[in-house]
Design a protein around this ligand. Structure first.
Ligand code: URA
Length: 229
């Protein structure tokens, strides 16, 4: 597949096509339809749509920003370096990834070339908005008890607006959480921060925040248990 980083001269970024979301809560059907999405220009330069993964019994629903280089190649969310960090953090706090759903606000990788590398670019508001119907469909389908927004792009997509960030990580309500230090720009993901202390601090903050989520997941399953008996 040819990979170009930008629209060619004369190409218009086209937002007239809406995301072709079928009227179903069947995740397999949603995934199949999303594979053909052309609701924003990002599909042109990405290898494939990276839809969410997990379910059907979901304790925690994680929303990232967008797939990275590895995710674009493999077609699954959080399987590259960021996924390794997420997996390690989930293991540390005892959240089972197989009982989580992991997805992204934007389902195509946005990048620009630097030599042979494909460097991540932050998605624009229009791109986030164009992709939003897929996230809404995933949430409608799974009805998760707990939603974790990994960064501001995820919040913008989940809530349809930017929310003021008062501190690093903010409980949005009892069962939704924003982890502000988990965007691509975060020291958690930047190798240039290695050894500076910033990465270690970001890791400690991330794990502390995830512990709160793990506790909320246990508490909400207890509520479920009580209701069942
Ligand atoms: N970061 C994200 O936000 N999503 C991915 O899928 C990978 C890295």
């Amino acid at each position: 597949m040819s990979r170009t980083s930008d629209l060619k001269p004369g190409d218009e970024a086209d937002y007239s096509v809406l995301a072709p979301v079928p009227d179903t809560s069947d995740l397999r059907k949603l995934r199949t339809a999303a594979a053909k999405c052309q609701a924003c220009p990002l599909y042109r330069n990405a290898d494939q749509t990276v839809f969410g993964e997990g379910g059907p019994d979901v304790d925690v629903f994680f929303i990232g920003e967008q797939p990275g280089d590895k995710e674009d190649t493999v077609g699954k969310p959080f399987v590259g370096p960021a996924g390794g960090i997420l997996d390690q953090a989930l293991r540390t706090v005892g959240i089972d990834r197989s009982k989580s759903y992991v997805t992204n606000a934007v389902k195509h990788f946005k990048w620009k070339p630097r030599g042979k590398l494909r460097i991540h670019q932050k998605p624009s508001s229009r791109e986030i908005e164009a992709c939003r119907p897929w996230l809404s469909a995933e949430i409608r389908s799974l009805q998760p008890g707990i939603i974790v927004c990994l960064g501001a792009t995820a919040v913008r997509s989940a809530f349809g607006k930017d929310l003021p960030i008062l501190k690093k990580s903010t409980p949005l309500d009892d069962l939704s959480f924003l982890f502000e230090n988990t965007d691509y720009g975060s020291p958690l993901f930047r190798s240039s921060c290695a050894g500076s202390g910033a990465k270690e601090k970001a890791w400690a903050d991330f794990v502390a925040d995830l512990k709160v989520v793990a506790e909320a997941a246990v508490a909400s399953s207890r509520v479920q248990d009580t209701r069942d008996f």
